[in-house]
Design a protein around this ligand. Sequence first.
Ligand SMILES: *[C@@H]1O[C@H](CO)[C@@H](O)[C@H](O)[C@H]1NC(C)=O
Ligand SMILES: *[C@@H]1O[C@H](CO)[C@@H](O)[C@H](O)[C@H]1NC(C)=O
Length: 280
Amino acid sequence: MESLYNDLTVEKENLLPNEITDHIKTYSQRGWMFHFMQYCLFTVLVIAYTGLVAILALHFSGDNVHNTDGNCFDRSTLFSPAQEAIVYNTVSPAVPSTDGDPDTTPYGGNPSLEGDAAWARLLRPTNIRISGDELFKMNETSLPLIDGSGDYWGSLEVYHQLHCLKIIREYIALDYYPADLHGDLFTMVPGRVFPTHIDHCLEALRLRLTCQPDLTVMTYHWPEEKAYKPDPDYRTSRKCVDWDKLHEFAINRSFSVLDNIVLGQDGQAWNPALSRESQK
Ligand SMILES: *[C@@H]1O[C@H](CO)[C@@H](O)[C@H](O)[C@H]1NC(C)=O
Ligand SMILES: *[C@@H]1O[C@H](CO)[C@@H](O)[C@H](O)[C@H]1NC(C)=O
């Protein structure tokens, strides 16, 4: 408040209520030492207040929207807009045993229409919108979408990795899936045991597993019946990202390249259907 009084000039004094003008008189009658001390005290208070605000800001930064799980995730990944959708739960997911019940998840067991539909739903938001600001934060560029949104084409790596798992599964069950289902995906190169796309996917998944290794400790137990070796416990508790929430985030941003909104090499909309035809 002192600075406000300092700014008031003598001419304005008669416009002020008595209480304030009285104070200004008292103020100007005090010695320079008093003002100097007041100035020092004021400066110290400002510095202390700024420091306190800075400490609080540091303490709570990232915590207001994201929880501590989000902060944990920040340490293990570069910036991604999907970080806002990360929530962890401690769960014990059911993994089918190695010698029984393979149909416990829609993604496993014998190939079926229901299984294929489940995989299709899982991979639906593979192509998502990334804003220009988000790309800037990633120090990356990508292909613009020419639908007036100003967005760009991106994909979360997890959907690429799930795609890899899906096509490895389909390659194993090649007899079940119609030959033309995959286009040229499984074309064999002479001298190679796997189609190169399968090799790519196996290595992509190996890299993923070793890049952010799951450090959950598995435990071992003897089964109730007599056995020659102990069973590993595949159901140990672990922290898992709430997949439904992350998936919803991706669904919210998803688009289809078949909508022809990706900028093509010729400056026009890219038509993926046409480009596949022209490659044949
Ligand atoms: C951003 O990307 C450019 C080009 O790839 C690179 O030269 C530069 O070092 C990157 N900057 C940062 C801060 O990573
Ligand atoms: C998805 O969009 C809906 C509707 O805009 C919104 O309420 C929801 O919070 C979004 N979910 C995520 C995980 O971003």
